[in-house]
Design a protein around this ligand. Structure first.
Ligand SMILES: CSC[C@@H](O)[C@@H](O)C(=O)COP(=O)(O)O
Length: 365
Protein backbone atom coordinates (compact mmCIF):
# COMPACT_ATOMS: atom_id res chain seq x y z
CA UNK A 1 0.00 0.00 0.00
CA UNK A 2 1.09 3.61 -0.45
CA UNK A 3 2.70 5.92 2.08
CA UNK A 4 3.30 9.44 0.78
CA UNK A 5 2.89 8.29 -2.84
CA UNK A 6 5.41 5.43 -2.55
CA UNK A 7 4.23 1.82 -2.68
CA UNK A 8 5.56 -0.14 0.28
CA UNK A 9 5.50 -3.70 1.40
CA UNK A 10 6.30 -4.32 5.06
CA UNK A 11 9.42 -6.38 4.36
CA UNK A 12 11.82 -6.47 1.41
CA UNK A 13 15.30 -7.69 0.42
CA UNK A 14 17.93 -4.92 0.35
CA UNK A 15 20.66 -4.80 -2.33
CA UNK A 16 23.40 -5.52 0.25
CA UNK A 17 21.82 -8.82 1.34
CA UNK A 18 20.09 -7.37 4.41
CA UNK A 19 16.31 -7.28 4.84
CA UNK A 20 14.35 -4.03 5.13
CA UNK A 21 11.38 -3.50 7.44
CA UNK A 22 9.19 -0.63 8.63
CA UNK A 23 9.85 0.01 12.34
CA UNK A 24 6.30 -0.31 13.67
CA UNK A 25 7.29 0.80 17.18
CA UNK A 26 7.76 4.32 15.75
CA UNK A 27 4.34 4.55 14.06
CA UNK A 28 2.25 6.66 13.79
CA UNK A 29 4.63 9.39 14.96
CA UNK A 30 7.49 8.58 12.60
CA UNK A 31 7.77 6.44 9.44
CA UNK A 32 11.20 4.86 9.70
CA UNK A 33 12.74 1.80 8.07
CA UNK A 34 15.33 -0.54 9.53
CA UNK A 35 17.79 -3.06 8.10
CA UNK A 36 17.95 -6.58 9.55
CA UNK A 37 21.37 -8.13 8.90
CA UNK A 38 21.59 -11.09 11.26
CA UNK A 39 19.50 -13.81 12.87
CA UNK A 40 19.55 -11.83 16.12
CA UNK A 41 18.30 -8.68 14.33
CA UNK A 42 15.32 -10.63 12.99
CA UNK A 43 14.56 -12.34 16.31
CA UNK A 44 14.82 -8.99 18.13
CA UNK A 45 12.50 -7.29 15.58
CA UNK A 46 9.82 -9.92 16.20
CA UNK A 47 10.28 -9.95 19.99
CA UNK A 48 10.06 -6.16 20.50
CA UNK A 49 7.34 -5.81 17.84
CA UNK A 50 9.24 -3.72 15.31
CA UNK A 51 7.35 -6.17 13.11
CA UNK A 52 4.11 -7.71 14.35
CA UNK A 53 0.88 -9.21 13.08
CA UNK A 54 0.64 -12.94 12.48
CA UNK A 55 1.44 -13.14 8.72
CA UNK A 56 4.30 -10.62 8.93
CA UNK A 57 5.84 -12.42 11.92
CA UNK A 58 5.90 -15.58 9.79
CA UNK A 59 7.55 -13.95 6.78
CA UNK A 60 10.09 -12.15 8.99
CA UNK A 61 11.02 -15.49 10.56
CA UNK A 62 11.52 -16.92 7.06
CA UNK A 63 13.88 -14.07 6.15
CA UNK A 64 15.53 -14.42 9.59
CA UNK A 65 16.41 -17.99 8.76
CA UNK A 66 17.94 -16.85 5.46
CA UNK A 67 20.01 -14.23 7.31
CA UNK A 68 21.19 -16.89 9.77
CA UNK A 69 22.35 -19.15 6.93
CA UNK A 70 24.68 -16.41 5.66
CA UNK A 71 26.69 -16.96 8.86
CA UNK A 72 26.22 -20.71 9.38
CA UNK A 73 24.53 -22.88 6.74
CA UNK A 74 25.31 -26.22 8.43
CA UNK A 75 22.53 -28.62 9.45
CA UNK A 76 23.12 -27.68 13.10
CA UNK A 77 23.07 -23.96 12.23
CA UNK A 78 19.79 -24.30 10.37
CA UNK A 79 18.04 -26.16 13.20
CA UNK A 80 19.40 -23.87 15.91
CA UNK A 81 18.35 -20.69 14.02
CA UNK A 82 14.84 -22.09 13.56
CA UNK A 83 14.64 -22.76 17.31
CA UNK A 84 15.73 -19.22 18.15
CA UNK A 85 13.11 -17.74 15.82
CA UNK A 86 10.34 -20.10 16.99
CA UNK A 87 10.87 -18.91 20.59
CA UNK A 88 10.32 -15.22 19.83
CA UNK A 89 6.50 -15.07 20.22
CA UNK A 90 4.16 -17.89 21.21
CA UNK A 91 0.61 -17.22 19.98
CA UNK A 92 0.63 -16.55 16.23
CA UNK A 93 0.98 -19.96 14.58
CA UNK A 94 2.11 -18.36 11.30
CA UNK A 95 5.58 -18.26 12.88
CA UNK A 96 5.78 -22.05 13.26
CA UNK A 97 4.07 -22.49 9.88
CA UNK A 98 6.63 -20.37 8.03
CA UNK A 99 9.60 -22.00 9.79
CA UNK A 100 8.22 -25.41 8.95
CA UNK A 101 7.84 -24.42 5.28
CA UNK A 102 11.43 -23.19 5.26
CA UNK A 103 12.90 -26.23 7.05
CA UNK A 104 11.09 -28.71 4.82
CA UNK A 105 12.45 -26.89 1.77
CA UNK A 106 16.00 -26.28 3.06
CA UNK A 107 16.94 -29.53 4.79
CA UNK A 108 17.57 -31.47 1.53
CA UNK A 109 19.63 -28.60 0.03
CA UNK A 110 23.44 -28.65 0.31
CA UNK A 111 24.81 -26.14 2.88
CA UNK A 112 26.72 -24.19 0.22
CA UNK A 113 23.50 -23.41 -1.62
CA UNK A 114 21.21 -22.95 1.36
CA UNK A 115 21.43 -19.20 2.00
CA UNK A 116 20.52 -18.24 -1.59
CA UNK A 117 17.75 -20.83 -1.67
CA UNK A 118 16.41 -19.53 1.67
CA UNK A 119 16.20 -15.92 0.43
CA UNK A 120 14.32 -17.09 -2.67
CA UNK A 121 11.92 -19.18 -0.59
CA UNK A 122 11.28 -16.33 1.87
CA UNK A 123 10.54 -14.03 -1.08
CA UNK A 124 8.11 -16.62 -2.42
CA UNK A 125 6.30 -16.80 0.97
CA UNK A 126 6.08 -13.00 0.96
CA UNK A 127 4.60 -12.94 -2.56
CA UNK A 128 2.13 -15.66 -1.67
CA UNK A 129 1.03 -13.72 1.41
CA UNK A 130 0.23 -10.71 -0.78
CA UNK A 131 -1.93 -12.77 -3.14
CA UNK A 132 -3.62 -14.61 -0.26
CA UNK A 133 -4.55 -11.35 1.45
CA UNK A 134 -5.83 -9.93 -1.84
CA UNK A 135 -8.16 -12.92 -2.15
CA UNK A 136 -9.33 -12.63 1.46
CA UNK A 137 -10.20 -9.03 0.63
CA UNK A 138 -12.22 -9.99 -2.43
CA UNK A 139 -14.33 -12.48 -0.44
CA UNK A 140 -14.80 -10.03 2.43
CA UNK A 141 -15.69 -7.19 0.08
CA UNK A 142 -18.68 -9.21 -1.14
CA UNK A 143 -20.03 -9.30 2.45
CA UNK A 144 -19.69 -5.53 2.79
CA UNK A 145 -21.29 -5.01 -0.62
CA UNK A 146 -24.33 -7.11 0.35
CA UNK A 147 -24.89 -5.00 3.45
CA UNK A 148 -24.40 -1.77 1.48
CA UNK A 149 -27.19 -2.77 -0.92
CA UNK A 150 -29.64 -3.03 1.98
CA UNK A 151 -28.99 0.27 3.73
CA UNK A 152 -28.54 4.00 3.16
CA UNK A 153 -25.25 5.56 4.17
CA UNK A 154 -21.93 3.92 4.85
CA UNK A 155 -21.44 0.37 6.05
CA UNK A 156 -20.07 0.65 9.59
CA UNK A 157 -17.38 -1.96 10.27
CA UNK A 158 -15.84 -2.37 13.72
CA UNK A 159 -12.31 -3.77 13.91
CA UNK A 160 -9.94 -4.55 16.78
CA UNK A 161 -6.14 -4.35 16.88
CA UNK A 162 -4.34 -4.01 13.55
CA UNK A 163 -4.92 -6.61 10.87
CA UNK A 164 -4.12 -4.36 7.95
CA UNK A 165 -1.29 -4.31 5.44
CA UNK A 166 1.33 -3.53 8.06
CA UNK A 167 0.41 -6.74 9.92
CA UNK A 168 0.98 -8.73 6.71
CA UNK A 169 3.18 -8.15 3.66
CA UNK A 170 0.51 -6.09 1.86
CA UNK A 171 -3.31 -5.65 1.84
CA UNK A 172 -3.94 -7.14 5.31
CA UNK A 173 -6.51 -9.67 6.44
CA UNK A 174 -9.35 -7.85 8.25
CA UNK A 175 -8.65 -4.55 6.46
CA UNK A 176 -8.27 -6.01 2.98
CA UNK A 177 -12.07 -6.28 2.48
CA UNK A 178 -12.40 -2.69 3.67
CA UNK A 179 -9.73 -1.40 1.26
CA UNK A 180 -11.30 -3.29 -1.63
CA UNK A 181 -14.82 -2.05 -0.78
CA UNK A 182 -13.57 1.53 -0.45
CA UNK A 183 -11.62 1.30 -3.73
CA UNK A 184 -14.77 -0.01 -5.46
CA UNK A 185 -16.75 3.04 -4.34
CA UNK A 186 -18.80 1.23 -1.67
CA UNK A 187 -19.32 3.69 1.19
CA UNK A 188 -17.60 2.30 4.28
CA UNK A 189 -16.72 3.72 7.70
CA UNK A 190 -14.54 1.94 10.26
CA UNK A 191 -14.86 2.03 14.05
CA UNK A 192 -11.26 1.50 15.19
CA UNK A 193 -10.86 0.03 18.68
CA UNK A 194 -7.87 1.76 20.29
CA UNK A 195 -6.64 -1.70 21.46
CA UNK A 196 -4.92 -1.17 24.77
CA UNK A 197 -2.31 -1.74 25.95
CA UNK A 198 -0.15 -1.42 22.79
CA UNK A 199 -2.73 0.67 20.94
CA UNK A 200 -2.37 -1.11 17.61
CA UNK A 201 -5.79 0.27 16.64
CA UNK A 202 -5.22 3.91 17.58
CA UNK A 203 -1.65 3.92 16.30
CA UNK A 204 -1.50 1.49 13.37
CA UNK A 205 -5.00 0.84 11.99
CA UNK A 206 -5.87 4.54 12.16
CA UNK A 207 -2.55 5.37 10.45
CA UNK A 208 -3.19 2.88 7.64
CA UNK A 209 -6.80 3.84 7.03
CA UNK A 210 -5.92 7.53 7.11
CA UNK A 211 -3.10 7.05 4.58
CA UNK A 212 -5.54 5.27 2.24
CA UNK A 213 -8.34 7.82 2.73
CA UNK A 214 -10.80 5.41 4.36
CA UNK A 215 -13.26 7.19 6.71
CA UNK A 216 -12.70 5.96 10.26
CA UNK A 217 -13.18 6.91 13.90
CA UNK A 218 -11.02 5.74 16.81
CA UNK A 219 -13.04 4.59 19.81
CA UNK A 220 -12.18 3.51 23.35
CA UNK A 221 -11.98 -0.25 23.64
CA UNK A 222 -15.08 -0.22 25.83
CA UNK A 223 -17.31 1.69 23.39
CA UNK A 224 -18.11 -1.11 20.94
CA UNK A 225 -20.97 -2.69 22.91
CA UNK A 226 -22.72 0.66 23.30
CA UNK A 227 -22.40 1.39 19.56
CA UNK A 228 -23.81 -2.04 18.73
CA UNK A 229 -26.82 -1.51 21.04
CA UNK A 230 -27.63 1.66 19.11
CA UNK A 231 -27.42 0.08 15.64
CA UNK A 232 -24.19 1.86 14.75
CA UNK A 233 -22.20 -1.27 13.82
CA UNK A 234 -23.23 -3.31 10.76
CA UNK A 235 -20.53 -5.95 11.13
CA UNK A 236 -17.24 -6.69 12.85
CA UNK A 237 -14.15 -7.97 11.02
CA UNK A 238 -10.99 -8.82 12.93
CA UNK A 239 -7.75 -10.65 12.18
CA UNK A 240 -6.53 -13.81 13.86
CA UNK A 241 -3.31 -15.20 15.34
CA UNK A 242 -4.32 -18.85 15.57
CA UNK A 243 -7.52 -20.63 14.55
CA UNK A 244 -8.14 -24.17 15.80
CA UNK A 245 -9.39 -26.90 13.47
CA UNK A 246 -12.74 -26.54 15.25
CA UNK A 247 -13.02 -22.78 14.60
CA UNK A 248 -11.96 -21.18 17.93
CA UNK A 249 -9.99 -18.01 17.19
CA UNK A 250 -7.17 -16.35 19.16
CA UNK A 251 -6.74 -12.65 18.50
CA UNK A 252 -5.62 -9.53 20.34
CA UNK A 253 -6.89 -9.26 23.92
CA UNK A 254 -10.41 -7.81 23.96
CA UNK A 255 -11.63 -9.49 20.79
CA UNK A 256 -13.69 -12.02 22.80
CA UNK A 257 -15.61 -9.27 24.60
CA UNK A 258 -16.51 -7.66 21.27
CA UNK A 259 -17.73 -11.01 19.94
CA UNK A 260 -19.94 -11.43 23.03
CA UNK A 261 -21.42 -7.98 22.54
CA UNK A 262 -21.95 -8.68 18.83
CA UNK A 263 -23.78 -11.93 19.59
CA UNK A 264 -26.04 -10.15 22.09
CA UNK A 265 -26.89 -7.51 19.50
CA UNK A 266 -27.22 -9.69 16.39
CA UNK A 267 -24.18 -8.07 14.74
CA UNK A 268 -22.26 -10.45 12.38
CA UNK A 269 -18.74 -11.15 13.63
CA UNK A 270 -16.11 -12.33 11.12
CA UNK A 271 -12.47 -13.37 11.49
CA UNK A 272 -10.32 -12.89 8.37
CA UNK A 273 -7.28 -15.14 8.03
CA UNK A 274 -5.16 -17.25 5.68
CA UNK A 275 -4.40 -20.98 5.76
CA UNK A 276 -1.11 -20.24 7.56
CA UNK A 277 -3.09 -19.09 10.65
CA UNK A 278 -4.91 -22.41 11.07
CA UNK A 279 -3.50 -24.86 13.61
CA UNK A 280 -4.84 -28.22 12.46
CA UNK A 281 -3.48 -29.94 15.58
CA UNK A 282 -5.73 -28.08 18.06
CA UNK A 283 -9.48 -28.38 18.64
CA UNK A 284 -10.08 -26.55 21.95
CA UNK A 285 -8.80 -23.00 21.68
CA UNK A 286 -9.50 -21.80 25.22
CA UNK A 287 -7.69 -24.78 26.68
CA UNK A 288 -4.85 -25.24 24.22
CA UNK A 289 -3.82 -22.04 22.42
CA UNK A 290 -0.75 -20.59 24.17
CA UNK A 291 -1.46 -17.01 25.24
CA UNK A 292 1.47 -14.62 25.32
CA UNK A 293 2.01 -12.78 28.63
CA UNK A 294 3.81 -9.54 27.92
CA UNK A 295 5.62 -7.10 30.18
CA UNK A 296 3.22 -5.24 32.50
CA UNK A 297 5.07 -2.04 31.58
CA UNK A 298 3.07 -2.03 28.32
CA UNK A 299 0.01 -1.53 30.52
CA UNK A 300 1.38 0.77 33.19
CA UNK A 301 3.05 3.13 30.71
CA UNK A 302 1.95 4.76 27.45
CA UNK A 303 3.97 6.38 24.68
CA UNK A 304 2.72 9.31 22.66
CA UNK A 305 3.68 12.58 21.02
CA UNK A 306 3.44 15.89 22.83
CA UNK A 307 1.93 18.91 21.05
CA UNK A 308 5.53 20.10 20.73
CA UNK A 309 6.45 17.00 18.70
CA UNK A 310 8.47 15.10 21.30
CA UNK A 311 7.81 11.38 21.65
CA UNK A 312 7.50 10.61 25.37
CA UNK A 313 6.58 7.66 27.58
CA UNK A 314 4.59 8.31 30.76
CA UNK A 315 3.22 6.15 33.56
CA UNK A 316 -0.60 5.99 33.62
CA UNK A 317 -1.17 3.73 36.64
CA UNK A 318 -0.73 4.42 40.33
CA UNK A 319 2.93 3.85 41.21
CA UNK A 320 3.47 0.49 42.85
CA UNK A 321 0.32 -1.21 41.50
CA UNK A 322 0.95 -4.56 39.84
CA UNK A 323 -0.19 -5.05 36.23
CA UNK A 324 -1.07 -8.21 34.29
CA UNK A 325 -0.81 -8.22 30.52
CA UNK A 326 -2.22 -11.25 28.66
CA UNK A 327 -1.83 -10.22 25.02
CA UNK A 328 -4.47 -12.42 23.35
CA UNK A 329 -7.80 -14.07 24.08
CA UNK A 330 -9.80 -16.81 22.42
CA UNK A 331 -13.23 -16.34 20.85
CA UNK A 332 -15.12 -19.65 20.81
CA UNK A 333 -16.44 -20.80 17.44
CA UNK A 334 -20.08 -20.44 18.60
CA UNK A 335 -19.69 -16.63 18.61
CA UNK A 336 -18.24 -16.43 15.08
CA UNK A 337 -20.43 -15.78 12.03
CA UNK A 338 -17.80 -16.90 9.54
CA UNK A 339 -14.12 -17.17 8.69
CA UNK A 340 -13.12 -15.08 5.67
CA UNK A 341 -10.34 -17.05 3.98
CA UNK A 342 -8.52 -16.93 0.67
CA UNK A 343 -10.85 -19.74 -0.45
CA UNK A 344 -14.11 -18.03 0.52
CA UNK A 345 -16.17 -17.66 3.69
CA UNK A 346 -16.08 -20.77 5.85
CA UNK A 347 -18.30 -21.66 8.79
CA UNK A 348 -16.34 -21.57 12.08
CA UNK A 349 -16.67 -25.27 12.69
CA UNK A 350 -14.69 -28.44 12.24
CA UNK A 351 -16.93 -29.51 9.35
CA UNK A 352 -16.86 -26.07 7.73
CA UNK A 353 -13.07 -25.78 7.83
CA UNK A 354 -12.65 -29.36 6.65
CA UNK A 355 -14.86 -28.58 3.65
CA UNK A 356 -12.88 -25.41 2.88
CA UNK A 357 -9.47 -27.06 3.27
CA UNK A 358 -10.09 -30.79 2.66
CA UNK A 359 -6.40 -31.58 2.10
CA UNK A 360 -5.38 -30.23 5.54
CA UNK A 361 -8.20 -31.29 7.85
CA UNK A 362 -7.41 -34.16 10.18
CA UNK A 363 -9.74 -36.75 11.58
CA UNK A 364 -8.07 -37.11 15.01
CA UNK A 365 -9.42 -35.04 17.92
C1 LIG B 1 -3.36 -9.90 10.23
S1 LIG B 1 -2.85 -9.97 11.78
C2 LIG B 1 -4.04 -10.64 12.88
C3 LIG B 1 -3.51 -10.50 14.21
O1 LIG B 1 -2.15 -10.86 14.17
C4 LIG B 1 -3.68 -9.11 14.78
O2 LIG B 1 -5.02 -8.74 14.83
C5 LIG B 1 -3.07 -9.14 16.12
O3 LIG B 1 -3.66 -9.57 17.09
C6 LIG B 1 -1.66 -8.70 16.16
O4 LIG B 1 -1.09 -8.78 17.44
P1 LIG B 1 0.36 -8.20 17.68
O5 LIG B 1 0.58 -8.47 19.15
O6 LIG B 1 0.33 -6.76 17.34
O7 LIG B 1 1.30 -9.01 16.83
Amino acid sequence: MKIGGTHYRTIWPESDGAVGIIDQTRLPHAFETLKLSTLEDAAHAIRVMQVRGAPLIGVTAAYGLALALRADASDAGLESAAKTLAATRPTAVNLAWALNEMLTFLRPIAPAERAAAAFAKAAQLADEDVETCRRIGAHGKAIIEDIAKKKDGPVNVLTHCNAGWIACVDWGTALSPIYQAHDAGIPVHVWVDETRPRNQGAALTAFELGAHGVPHTVIADNAGGHLMQHGDVDLCIVGCDRLTAAGDAANKIGTYLKALAAKDNGVPFYFALPLSTIDWTLFDGVRDIPIEERDARELTHMTGRTDGGDIVTVQVTAPGSAGANPAFDVTPARLITGIITERGVSPASREGLAATYPEYARTAA
